[in-house]
Design a protein around this ligand. Structure first.
Ligand SMILES: [Zn+2]
Length: 264
């Protein structure tokens, strides 16, 4: 079978293992069913902005045209640097976006994907976020009323913990078994008094497993601009990556807006 359409990030359900879907505009494809099968993903040479739909040569920030990249609130610098969130100064690029995404309860969390990292997320988006990062375990440690405060705490904790995922290690499933609640106890003294009232009581740790037939020994990241077609046996899906038997991996979110055909 074949479907043609513009790539959008993989969607998923937090089942065990996580169920992944690829949607190319028609009905979505359950990727878990393709494990062990040969699939082919081919870039057809056309790209379109995931927000306004205009045809473009190059995408910015995973799928946007340049005007959308420079004008939309979701592409502002404060999205990657939440401590710079300026919603409260009334200068957000889009008040409605700020209301919905930033002036909302946020978690500061600990997650294990490659190493233990600290991160923040909108509370209601937490599970989606952890799966998109390929976390195998995660636990929220604080709930704060808005994004900037979460960013301020993250900055403090990131002096002592990583705040990025080593994606190669994550894809190879290389990690050190760690009790996140013990790490929490270790970082509590690092949280300034003024934020302590936002600490959550210990919660059960969320665990995630991902569809996988085998773990790749080498990782070859694939860029559809450089190699427009990949055909091979699908051996795993993790975070936003499809993993092929020959070691090639493709980050679907990175290719948002690329028109592709998908054979399966
Ligand atoms: Zn656009």
């Amino acid at each position: 079978m074949e479907q043609i359409g513009y790539l959008t990030p993989l969607t998923h359900q937090p089942s065990s293992p996580v169920t992944y879907y690829l949607s190319l505009g028609e009905e979505s494809i359950t990727l878990n069913d393709m494990l062990g099968e040969t699939i082919q993903l081919t870039f057809l040479g056309e790209k379109s902005c995931c927000f306004c739909g205009r045809k473009i040569k190059k995408t910015y920030n995973n799928g946007y045209c340049y005007p959308c990249f420079t004008s939309l609130a979701q592409n502002d610098l404060c999205i990657v640097k939440p401590e710079l969130c300026h919603y409260h100064s009334g200068t957000c690029r889009d008040q409605a976006f700020g209301e919905k995404h930033c002036h909302q309860a946020h978690y500061v969390y600990l997650a294990l994907s490659s190493d233990v990292k600290v991160g923040i997320t909108r509370k209601e988006n937490a599970i989606r976020r952890w799966i998109n990062q390929g976390a195998i375990a995660a636990v929220p440690i604080m709930e704060v009323p808005y994004r900037k405060m979460a960013g301020d705490v993250e900055i403090l904790l990131a002096k002592h913990l990583k705040d990025k995922t080593n994606w190669r290690k994550m894809l190879k499933n290389e990690y050190t078994e760690t009790d996140l609640l013990q790490v929490k106890q270790r970082v509590i003294p690092l949280i300034p008094e003024e934020y302590r009232s936002y600490l959550l009581p210990d919660q059960s740790i969320q665990q995630f497993t991902y569809p996988s037939l085998q773990v790749p020994s080498k990782i070859i990241p694939l860029n559809l601009d450089k190699k427009p077609s990949i055909k091979g046996e699908l051996i795993g899906i993790k975070a936003q990556y499809l993993l092929f038997k020959n070691g090639e991996v493709v980050n679907i979110r990175k290719h948002t807006g690329y028109k592709v055909s998908f054979h399966y």
